[in-house]
Design a protein around this ligand. Structure first.
Ligand SMILES: NC(=O)c1ccc[n+]([C@@H]2O[C@H](COP(=O)([O-])OP(=O)(O)OC[C@H]3O[C@@H](n4cnc5c(N)ncnc54)[C@H](OP(=O)(O)O)[C@@H]3O)[C@@H](O)[C@H]2O)c1
Length: 221
């Protein structure tokens, strides 16, 4: 199988470091470029030799990187959260040029929870719904992109509480309060590798797709 020539944007960040480390050990990938704030001007040149970008940076940088990838007809996987609705629209607009994969949470387990929330939305309507999300102090956006996605899939009124504590990698608790029962579903990321592995799986899947705007529901089909 042809190797995937990968660029990691945000390579010195918490997530980027793990994507780089796992990609180095994965025979499907050749690490073609590592881009961070200090060498971002090298991206257009590096794109000429690449087949896919994985980006965990900031909302503004991710959109710029996606536009550059589209200019070179290179697929891009974006895990950055906190994108504004207009940035998401601009990103989705690239679907005609390149394969774009976006997910606010790249872990397999959280995506199973998204699936369940979407599938049982009608049955969950009888409960009062609350999401409690906890992340490390360095996280810039609140509520988390994951909590917003989960709330959208659940539909109806959903209250969200965000906590920023110490070094917590990522914890989402979905609480359903009924008249006679109380349900709690918790997803805890034990390591950032849960997200990095998902991003690499998404990249391996994405390079075989036609231009379009994709997410985990497409990959899990
Ligand atoms: N989808 C998921 O599964 C998932 C999982 C975890 C995190 N995230 C999201 O991913 C994003 C990154 O998280 P993180 O914890 O890795 O943050 P982080 O540690 O702050 O890393 C972000 C990296 O991006 C770099 N960067 C900023 N602007 C850049 C630019 N213009 N060009 C190139 N690189 C640039 C930063 O460099 P400087 O340090 O020099 O600014 C930093 O190294 C956040 O939005 C977070 O919420 C998503």
């Amino acid at each position: 199988m042809k190797k995937i020539r990968l660029i990691v944007c945000g390579c010195r960040g918490r997530m980027g470091k793990r994507v780089v480390a796992l990609a180095r050990r994965d025979p499907r990938f050749i690490l073609e470029g590592q881009i961070d704030r200090h060498n971002q001007t090298r991206l257009p040149e590096t794109l000429l030799h690449s087949s896919c970008v994985i980006d965990f940076t900031t909302p503004e940088a991710s959109l710029r990187h996606a536009l550059a990838a589209a200019g070179s007809r290179v697929a891009i996987v974006i895990g950055t959260t906190g994108l504004t609705p207009s940035s998401m629209k601009a990103l989705a607009g690239l679907r005609r040029k390149i394969p774009v994969f976006y997910s606010p949470n790249m872990s397999w387990g959280m995506n199973l929870l998204f699936e369940a929330a979407g599938r049982f939305q009608a049955q969950m309507a009888v409960y009062q719904k609350k999401i409690v999300e906890t992340h490390h102090r360095g996280k810039k956006d609140a509520p988390s992109g994951t909590a917003l996605r989960l709330a959208r899939l659940l539909g109806g009124p959903v209250s969200i509480a965000s906590r920023r504590v110490g070094r917590v990698i990522g914890e989402h608790k979905l609480i359903l309060n009924g008249r006679d029962e109380h349900i709690e579903w918790t997803h805890k990321a034990l390591s950032r590798d849960a997200f990095a592995r998902g991003a690499l799986e998404a990249a391996a899947w994405l390079v075989q797709r036609k231009p379009g705007f994709y997410g985990f529901p497409d990959l899990l089909k």
